[in-house]
Ligand binder design. Sequence first.
Ligand SMILES: CCOCCOc1ccc(-c2cn(C[C@@H]3NC[C@@H](O)[C@H]3O)nn2)cc1
Length: 447
Amino acid sequence: MAIIQFPKDMKWGVATASYQIEGAVNEGGRGVSIWDTFSKTPGKVVNGDNGDVACDSYHRYNEDLEIMEDLGVDFYRFSVAWPRIFPNGTGELNQEGLDYYHQLVDSLLEKGIEPMCTLYHWDLPQALQDKGGWANRETIDAYINYAEVMFNEFKGKIKHWITFNEPWCVSFLSNFAGIHAPGNQDLQLAVDVAHHLHVAHGKAVIRFRELGVEGQIGYAPNVEWNEPYSNKQEDIDACKRANAYFMDWFFDPVFKGSYPQFMVDWFEKKGVTLNIEEGDMEIIHQPIDFLGINYYSGSVGRYKENEGLFDHEKVDTGYLKTDIGWNVYPEGFYKVLTHIGETYGDVPIYITENGSCYNDEPEHGQVKDNKRVDYLKQHLVSLHRSMETGVNIKGYLTWSLLDNFEWAEGYTMRFGIVHVNYRTLERTKKDSFYWYKQTISNNFFEV
Ligand SMILES: CCOCCOc1ccc(-c2cn(C[C@@H]3NC[C@@H](O)[C@H]3O)nn2)cc1
């Protein structure tokens, strides 16, 4: 038996996102988002699921807050639905939307829970998408207008701000793979979107500092780890490209002020160009106060000519998989965190998402999600190892508080430590909730 003891100042939390939990899509003056449009496009989401009701957290947030209070978290990471603030993306401000988030934030603060606010977690106002969305540089200005309103409205209340969640998903998954909204399949478009997200991030950081907002600002890229199958140089290089697709492409512009040249060259061979305007890289290269990291899984990979974008294929190594089909790969968590520490320095890191999909259902009022407890243990061991290795981890927020709308998988995939009955909206704390509660309380756990 081993005791995994975290430092006294370790912070613990849970994460959610607006479109995945709120529901009430036609209430409170909310405008249409690209996920309302995408989820109602036949064939895009399993079972034709959508976020119309979701967990109904728009109405039930007090119940969710009581659950979080019982859990004993330091942080609650949530996202603001831009279409609740500016129904058309810009122009008329919706006071009802601001009021809703004031109620949420005030209730968090009353309970001694720190709000960690994600400004953009994928629900772009449809009105902006109608004008090209993130492929249109004008969306950057709309985002800064929205961010500035939020900074001014919530300064003094919200002290941890995240500009973008998972820019890889917003750019490549949504505009090259076409799996998320708006569902484009165009590599040049995806690269342009990624760049505009970077510029928007940098401008938001600049504005945050200009406004003198008390608190910290960062962003939350998602990462995976691709481990070479062998020590053959072709396997090593293939995994380097696969890792850079998620990491270097989104870390280097912020931390180094440039895109990784080997990837720029690789994209150029695919006929893709980087459309960088004068001053863009200086804007992007703003120091950030913290880095959010979202990690779920990784794979062993190897070179395969003409496979995918990067002559790289994932190899099935027989690892256990979660119910969504992703490897349980805690070693990859340690590897990616130590890689980030070695490559990007001592930036404070919050794990802003880590969790697993297991679709256990309640039996006599209990949800025995033992595999999720095992996943949490194994990944918290890896996190602890990275901290022992010197990675500057400040906190860990698990994805997610609640089972919720898992994007293209709809409601078929459950990531919550609290089960949601989507018919009755009843919440049931899972065994993993009680394990996590005990871990937070002790600040250690036994393996
Ligand atoms: C190019 C081919 O791609 C095939 C599928 O590719 C992916 C990759 C990654 C994901 C993915 C989903 N999540 C969980 C969410 N993170 C944010 C929060 O909203 C959670 O719901 N993280 N990553 C999905 C699909």
